[in-house]
Design a protein around this ligand. Sequence first.
Ligand SMILES: [Zn+2]
Ligand SMILES: [Zn+2]
Length: 176
Amino acid sequence: MPHALEAAPTARSKCRGCEQRIAAGALRLGESLPNPFAEGETLHWFHPDCAAWKRPEVFLEVLATRRAEIPEADRLEAEAQQGVAHPRLPRASGVERAASGRAACRHCKSAIGKDAWRIALVFHEEGRFSPAGYLHLACARAYFEAPGVDLMPRLRRFSAELSDADAEEVAAALEA
Ligand SMILES: [Zn+2]
Ligand SMILES: [Zn+2]
């Protein structure tokens, strides 16, 4: 079964990238994966933006044959290409204040203080995303190895709770 691209027939599917519901009628991209429970394949659904950020190779495969159906194809292609060029970028899964001071930064290994901003990471393994720890904002540039890439669009996409003021604070800290 090839990857899918279609208007969602109902509002029941959830995006694997941002974990929000996909509205009925909205365009959704389905990544075809072997079904772990039965013969055949299963589809994991994504908003097109979320696929470009979190599953860039899959997004580019779909884009190659279905480009005309994807709004803002040029912008999303550029985002996906950045993710392929810098393979750690698709791990970025939002930004939040640390609920406790117990987590260590995946880059520098030192603790992330309670209430400090941290970037959440996920790994994609065997068809699913699993939590992969956190980063200090100050460590993001070194960790992602993607100089010149603006992290904010993807961080905002995967942080539904973030206010505009919070986003400004995070953006300033990332640039510092
Ligand atoms: Zn999404
Ligand atoms: Zn750090």
